[in-house]
Design a protein around this ligand. Structure first.
Ligand SMILES: Nc1ncnc2c1ncn2[C@@H]1O[C@H](COP(=O)(O)OP(=O)(O)OP(=O)(O)O)[C@@H](O)[C@H]1O
Length: 226
């Protein structure tokens, strides 16, 4: 579904991704690597939140540079910090926001909101102020709001970093049970042990690209103190 053609990305003069050429068709793909190795930048390129400085990113043949809107319909993005993503005062309004933006009728929005809140265990919180939710509840809301829009693929940028162990396990389960294609950036090796494919980043390049059984030991070697 994703095709990176000789992608470079820089912030100002500084290049942080170099020569990324990769095709991603597997259902569950993980991205790991050291801090600052370019993982989040790579993730943001997947749905056109950022466009490459050079090269192309195609999603089902759509160029993220020219077809950003269509790409974002296909590819949802869940940020590490749900506060970045929650835009409306209450839980129900936040889920409704994207649906209204898509042009659904009032009746369809209400029905979809009710369905999604129930699916994600948020029905009882529907009228609660979103900013007063716990970290885990906010995470659930952020995921629910993205899934409400029925993307084909969901990109998660460090979905468990801010969570306690219990909430982390619940989020891991939610991600594991999604029928969607998922791309997950994570430092949490437990989360990705049964993924189909793991990309290991180092200094803006993919240095290993393999199933977890091979990629995780390669990553641990890379991270070993000299
Ligand atoms: N908006 C930005 N402006 C300038 N530099 C940025 C910006 N976003 C990221 N960078 C820099 O680009 C490099 C790669 O950052 P990125 O967030 O992609 O790495 P990462 O592998 O996700 O790191 P981490 O594991 O710490 O989240 C870092 O040196 C970072 O400081």
């Amino acid at each position: 579904m994703f095709l990176f053609e000789d992608v470079e990305h820089g912030y100002g003069e500084r290049r942080v991704l170099h020569g990324i050429s990769v095709e991603l068709t597997e259902r569950r793909i993980a991205v790991i690597g050291a801090n600052g190795s370019g993982k989040s930048t790579f993730a943001r390129l997947l749905n056109g939140l950022q466009v490459p400085t050079a090269g192309r990113v195609l999603v089902d043949g759509l160029d993220t540079r020219t077809e950003g809107r269509a790409v974002r319909r296909k590819v949802g993005f869940v940020f590490q910090d749900p506060d970045v993503q929650i835009v409306m005062p209450t839980v129900a309004e936040d889920v409704a926001f994207g649906l209204k933006h898509r042009g659904l009728s009032k009746k369809d929005v209400a029905a979809r909101v009710a369905e999604v809140l129930a699916e994600h265990g948020l029905a009882e919180l529907r009228d609660r102020p979103a900013h007063l939710l716990s970290g885990g509840e906010k995470q659930r809301l952020a995921i629910a709001a993205v899934l409400a829009l029925e993307p084909e693929c969901v990109v998660f940028d460090e979905p468990t970093t801010m969570l306690d162990l219990r909430t982390k396990r619940k989020t891991t389960k939610v991600i594991a049970e999604l029928p969607h294609q998922v791309v997950v950036v994570s430092h949490d090796l437990d989360l990705l042990s049964d993924f189909d494919r793991v990309l290991v980043f180092d200094e803006g390049r993919i240095v290993e690209d393999a199933p977890p059984a091979r990629a995780i030991p390669a990553y641990l070697d890379l991270m070993a103190p000299c």
